[in-house]
Design a binder for this molecule. Structure first.
Ligand SMILES: [Zn+2]
Length: 324
């Protein structure tokens, strides 16, 4: 809560005994001022559309959700907030964002629009992550249950008359994540330790959950931070693909530049299977179907790399892989 310290008023700060107490108390403050009419929806702003989706699933017709980052063709790391973003925040009673420097514009905007009582939920704080950690927290299967519980507690505090509905929605949501956990466990059983690489660290936590051995992290950080990868790191990445030392290239289709496109092409030429992932939830998907679709794509890519013959064994022994 460090960054948000400046926007919390004294009363809220005093009540910040624990995360859940703080969420409940702040929300009560917010809504006791302006008692929620029976049919009024709770205005919510989510910095990223996957958090917005989760709030919508938990709040149903009791919430009015605005998501700021929702364009899967735009690199979220390069996003800059507009006056429209600031206006949406002014009226929000509940704000959810990622933190860990993924969306540094959120803390700035919140600090700039003081004077309104609102509850803020930061995924990074719930998961113990900070600036410098991999910020793509929503790809960690452990994150969304924590966010969902915090969001649900805030909704109940804001609108206690509908507690039973929120409780039921939360139970249903947590239950709906089980197929994702089952898929991760299944892939872990089959592919733990298999070497893969990626153009950007977006899928990193999910890859870790599956137990894959992720290579070329420095290259990935350079893509994420929009800085130049070193010649050594580029050469290592190219060698991994050319010599098939990795079984899959995970390609972030939302953080592309000439270099990452070159790596995609090299993977295709070297017959290293590729899978495309996005940072932002695509239209027509829920958080759950999005994650499952990508795990399916990973499973297909890993299976086809196995069929290609001996790539993993070659990588494991350090031997040179087949050249196509
Ligand atoms: Zn990213």
């Amino acid at each position: 809560m460090k960054k948000l310290g400046s926007m919390l008023n004294g009363a809220q700060r005093a009540l910040k005994l624990s995360r859940y107490v703080a969420i409940g108390a702040a929300a009560v403050l917010a809504f006791s001022h302006d008692a929620l009419a029976a049919d009024a929806k709770i205005p919510v702003v989510a910095a990223e559309n996957f958090y917005g989706d989760v709030v919508q699933q938990l709040g149903g017709d009791r919430v009015d959700v605005t998501s700021i980052l929702s364009n899967p063709d735009q690199d979220p790391h390069l996003f800059e907030a507009s006056p429209k973003t600031a206006r949406a925040l002014q009226h929000a009673s509940l704000v959810v964002y990622n933190g860990a420097d993924y969306d540094p514009w959120m803390a700035k905007l919140l600090a700039a629009s003081k004077g309104t009582n609102r509850t803020t939920i930061v995924a990074a704080e719930l998961t113990g992550k900070k600036g410098g950690d991999n910020p793509h927290l929503w790809y960690d299967p452990a994150t969304m249950p924590k966010v969902a519980r915090a969001v649900s507690a805030a909704l109940v505090a804001a609108d206690p008359a509908h507690k039973s509905a929120y409780d039921a929605n939360l139970a249903k949501f947590l239950d709906s994540l089980k197929p994702i956990d089952a898929r991760v466990a299944d892939l872990h059983g089959r592919y733990a330790g298999v070497p893969v690489t990626a153009t950007e660290p977006v899928f990193g936590y999910m890859s870790d959950a599956v137990g894959l051995s992720m290579r070329n992290l420095r290259f990935q950080l350079a893509t994420m931070n929009d800085t130049e990868a070193s010649a050594t790191d580029i050469a290592a990445f190219e060698r991994d693909l050319r010599e098939k030392r990795v079984r899959v290239l995970i390609y972030n289709s939302q953080a592309t530049e000439a270099l990452t496109k070159r790596m995609l092409k090299l993977a295709q030429q070297s017959k290293v299977p590729t899978m495309s992932v996005t940072e932002t939830e695509p239209a027509g998907k829920t958080y759950q179907t999005w994650m499952l679709t990508q795990l399916d794509a990973l499973s297909t890519a890993l299976a086809s790399s196995g069929d290609a013959g001996g790539a993993n064994a070659a990588a494991a022994s350090g031997a040179k892989g087949k050249t196509p």
